[in-house]
Design a protein around this ligand. Sequence first.
Ligand SMILES: Nc1ncnc2c1ncn2[C@@H]1O[C@H](COP(=O)(O)OP(=O)(O)OP(=O)(O)O)[C@@H](O)[C@H]1O
Ligand SMILES: [Mg+2]
Length: 225
Amino acid sequence: MGQGFFVTGTDTGVGKTLVACALLRAFAGAGKSAVGMKPVAAGREGTGWADAEALASAGTVRPPSRIANPYAFEPAIAPHIAAQLAGIEIDIEMIGRAYEELSRLAEVVVVEGAGGFLVPLNERQTGADLAIRLGLPVVLVVGMRLGCLNHALLTRRQIEACGLRCAGWVANCFLPDMPCLDGNIRALEQRLACPLLGVVPFRRDPVPAGIAPFLSLGLLVEAAA
Ligand SMILES: Nc1ncnc2c1ncn2[C@@H]1O[C@H](COP(=O)(O)OP(=O)(O)OP(=O)(O)O)[C@@H](O)[C@H]1O
Ligand SMILES: [Mg+2]
């Protein structure tokens, strides 16, 4: 069995896909086979699902979407509502089996969660239950903006409460300028009790290969062990 990571974030739209893809590129650069998974995608754009496509392109293996993206919904709305509208229920056990299949295709699997950590997936379960089922160390992407300290600390606490390891966090500077950025990063370094894997700078047109050098795989692998 290879290695897996569960990428969560402080919110939707904070850079989970960018960081997950950069991690895939970094593992590829380190000579590992790597594959991405987006178990629940909501929001079809043009011909497909942007996150699923980005993850498939960033990995070294192009996985069948049946296992890499078991649930893909047209509207960009909360997953459990999208599922209801489609007349189905998201089944975490099914995602778990897809993950196991995927993990036989590559040495490293990077799973991108939907939205934030506690996003509901069905009537009873949330993204946290999915992370627990997969049993993976979690990477927390913090979108650096006003309000992120609270979101980051709440998410960190919830990861802990689930009995999961937080293998590190990433400070993603996704706004062109955030006041007191350094002070905010320092505040989280002092309080998150897991390694800062990297500070990703603002880029007008960020590409995973360009972001990979800002992330420390060494720290990640060590913290996940
Ligand atoms: N460091 C950065 N610099 C500039 N733009 C960024 C940066 N990080 C992310 N973005 C942009 O912000 C947007 C959201 O990023 P991304 O899609 O990775 O977020 P996400 O957390 O995966 O969102 P979702 O919850 O929809 O899956 C994208 O347009 C992305 O290119
Ligand atoms: Mg995404």
